[in-house]
Design a binder for this molecule. Structure first.
Ligand code: KMH
Ligand code: ZN
Length: 310
């Protein structure tokens, strides 16, 4: 990994892991998603990772039309890089999951690098009351859920999005996912510099121990050398610890309410911007500088905002 002079902060503003009853601060409507994204960008996030939800029920919605109402507002309101999910929710098909990025041609789209279990059900221990019918079965159902990302699926996503020069946030939840990525690099389907988001603390993926972080970094260093740019995402209460650890080793960081609802022990974050400000404080405390969107575009060699389709 080439250590960078500046650190890229990604903010994942709503996601599909948490449900509306878990926090009144989780952005749901297009207005809330747009407002929260712009505030996160103003706080220092260079990349905004986006999912969409039904404005009434808060259920993940992967129709491109669900994204367009907030994308225009975000584009007008800040110069942050928009990163669209192709993960959607683990309940959706890959074809469904790919549609927003295919139609809207963002600078960056996420890509989940392997089939895995994706256990959301442990959250039922903490959250017991739900406002919407879909929330409890959504969490319970994850016991028997397979988050499908076969080699065929990955090939399809790579092929169909690369034609638009969309680049990827390669989400790697375990060491095998790094090897899957290495396979596509070897076949010439992924070009340097590529952005590797190592994900810690999802039940079904690697844990959150410092040894886990080191192991993912060492493996990525060995497989990719200087060809990759490293970022980390710690789920739940590991978010800031993992960000600090990786930043101290030259990595980039991702925060946001998609990954954690918290800002301290038992204390809900009141906004995405609050988490961005917190991680920014950690980074600056370590003597690191924050990358602007323009600098992040250069580091990741992105096509530029003028070439998106929204
Ligand atoms: N929710 C994160 C653990 C995606 O959108 O492609 C991973 C994620 C997946 O962001
Ligand atoms: Zn996501």
């Amino acid at each position: 990994m080439t250590p960078q002079r500046k650190v890229i902060i990604t903010c994942a503003v709503t996601g599909a892991v948490h449900t509306p009853s878990m926090s009144p601060h989780l952005p749901i409507t297009p207005e809330q998603i747009a407002e929260s994204s712009i505030a996160a960008a103003e706080a220092g996030a260079a990349i905004i990772h986006l999912h969409a939800r039904d404005p009434v029920t808060g259920k993940p919605d992967q129709r491109p039309e669900a994204f367009t109402p907030f994308l225009g507002v975000i584009k007008k309101g800040c110069d942050a890089i928009v990163n669209l999910t192709t993960g959607g929710s683990p309940y959706m098909t890959v074809q469904e999951r790919m549609q927003p990025a295919k139609v809207l041609k963002p600078e960056v789209a996420s890509m989940n690098m392997g089939t895995m279990n994706f256990g959301l059900f442990p959250m039922l221990k903490r959250f017991k009351e739900f406002k919407h019918d879909w929330e409890r079965p959504y969490l319970e159902g994850s016991k028997d859920l397979v988050f499908r990302n076969t080699f065929g699926d990955l090939e399809t996503v790579l092929a169909e999005l690369s034609v638009n020069d969309t680049r990827f946030e390669f989400e790697c939840y375990d060491t095998s996912h790094l090897y899957n990525l290495a396979h596509f690099v070897e076949r010439g389907l992924v070009k340097a510099p590529f952005f590797v988001q190592t994900v810690f603390g999802i039940l079904g993926g690697i844990g959150t121990h410092p040894d886990d972080v080191m192991h993912m970094k060492r493996t990525a260093d060995r497989l990719f050398g200087d060809d990759y740019r490293w970022s980390v995402l710690g789920a739940g209460n590991s978010q800031m610890k993992i960000a600090a650890m990786a930043a101290a080793m030259g990595g980039n960081v991702r925060v946001g309410l998609e990954d954690s609802l918290w800002i301290g022990r038992g204390k809900l974050a009141t906004s995405n911007a609050e988490q961005v400000r917190r991680v920014r404080g950690i980074l600056e405390g370590l003597g690191l500088e924050i990358a602007t969107p323009a600098e992040a575009r250069e580091i990741l060699q992105l096509k530029g905002v003028e070439r998106v389709a929204f």
